[in-house]
Design a protein around this ligand. Structure first.
Ligand SMILES: Nc1nc2c(ncn2[C@@H]2O[C@H](COP(=O)(O)OP(=O)(O)OP(=O)(O)O)[C@@H](O)[C@H]2O)c(=O)[nH]1
Ligand SMILES: [K+]
Ligand SMILES: [Mg+2]
Length: 371
């Protein structure tokens, strides 16, 4: 893909701000200057990502329908083994070969696990500069935004450079990996100026810095409440409003090619899983971790006087309530709900009588009693 001419101006501006940030020393005196530069940078990056109406700009072959209970996107440099993984875990075939950029579109497959259908998306390899449109980077990243879990796939032989490069690419387009949404209340107002409050001492940000950032975004009337000690970057994320917070697993493939000591070192890093697609090593563990990070649970239903229906569980998100379960059984069920009986780890006694607010656990059994 080539860059659109109208992007060039913005790209130049981004590069210039990045150079300025790099050459500005980080200290108390430059804090505001840096904060402002970061706000500008975030603004330009956002412009770069704004959808264009031109045909084909979104990229052919990338509009894959969401299906199943959850979606996992495979992101990685070329030839790390993304397609080989899809071929190993699903019934779908995606061309794999030793040359780079074998895959050019988005190829969906389905993993059946714990009774759930998990959509796994094989994608083209991305390279440094992907977020600015290199290769099919932008289309790949757009797909990553729609996922419930991102797998950053890495070649175990290539060291840790690839990991931080990919993190940077995703970071720069507003994808936040394994981070929670900053706890800042932010509301635009019609008038009344800026009202600023914080519920704790702020060590990374200040009212003055917040004011300057808001000014840069031409926001003059709003309410801001820091509920925790957030940074200026996190505040910018909140006012931009289009950040996505996704769980991410770092999957190191081709461990058949490295020493056992190296495998051991990588396996101990946070959110990391080591595998070999070719030798089919550790793939069960990968599936277990995917399930865990997707935060899925299975709940079984039961009718009065009958055994639980273990053949047909309901796939739900972790910390879902009885109300959520009722909703996915039948839209009208909630209005007829009297109470429910639950067997399993979410209750002290099995069965236990619970209300709509009760939080369910993995493999619980539920019997809904109607009015
Ligand atoms: N040694 C080893 N090689 C592997 C493993 N998994 C995949 N490969 C090889 O790595 C090469 C690239 O595999 P692909 O599946 O095409 O990689 P990809 O990430 O889909 O590549 P692109 O689509 O080009 O981005 C192929 O030659 C595979 O046979 C593995 O576990 N060990
Ligand atoms: K390849
Ligand atoms: Mg491929």
């Amino acid at each position: 893909m080539t860059l659109k001419p109208e992007d060039m101006g913005i790209l130049e501006k981004i590069a210039e701000i990045e150079r300025e940030i790099a050459r500005t020393q980080k200290n108390k005196a430059t804090e505001y200057h840096l904060g402002l530069l970061k706000a500008k940078l975030a603004k330009y990056r956002q412009q770069l990502l704004e959808p264009t109406t031109k045909a084909g700009a979104k990229g052919e072959g990338f509009d894959v329908m969401k299906s199943g209970d959850a979606r996992v996107a495979l992101i990685g440099f070329p030839s790390v083994g993304k397609s080989t993984l899809l071929n190993t875990l699903t019934a779908t075939h995606s061309e794999s070969a030793s040359y780079e950029f074998t895959t050019l579109t988005c190829i969906p497959g389905v993993i059946q696990y714990n009774g759930a259908n998990i959509q796994l998306l094989d994608l083209p390899g991305i390279i440094e500069g992907a977020s600015q449109g290199k290769g099919r980077g932008r289309q790949v990243i757009a797909v990553a935004r729609t996922a419930d879990l991102v797998i950053i796939m890495l070649d175990a032989m290539k060291g840790d450079v690839q990991r931080s490069l990919l993190e940077k690419e995703l970071e720069s387009v507003g994808i936040r990996l394994n981070k929670k949404r900053p706890n800042i209340y932010f509301k635009l107002k019609k008038g009344g100026g800026v009202s600023f409050n914080s519920m704790c001492p702020l060590t990374h940000c200040s009212e003055k810095l917040v004011q300057m950032i808001l000014h840069e975004y031409k926001i003059f009337n709003c309410e801001v409440l820091f509920r925790e000690d957030c940074t200026a970057d996190e505040f910018i994320d909140v006012i931009c409003g289009n950040r996505v917070y996704l769980p991410c697993l770092y999957v190191y493939n081709k461990i058949d090619q490295i020493s056992i000591e190296e495998v051991d070192r990588i396996a101990h890093q946070p959110y990391s899983v080591v595998i070999s697609c070719e030798m089919k090593l550790n793939l069960d563990y990968l599936l277990e971790k995917m399930w865990e990070h997707l935060a899925l649970i299975i709940v079984y239903t039961k009718r009065r006087g009958c055994p639980p229906d273990f053949g047909d569980g309901i796939i739900m998100r972790r910390s879902c309530s009885v109300e959520h379960v009722c909703h996915s059984i039948h839209r009208q069920l909630k209005s007829q709900f009297k109470y429910a009986l639950v067997w399993g780890t979410s209750v002290k006694y099995s069965p236990q009588r619970v209300g709509l607010q009760h939080v369910m656990c993995h493999e619980d059994v539920i019997q809904v009693m109607k009015k």
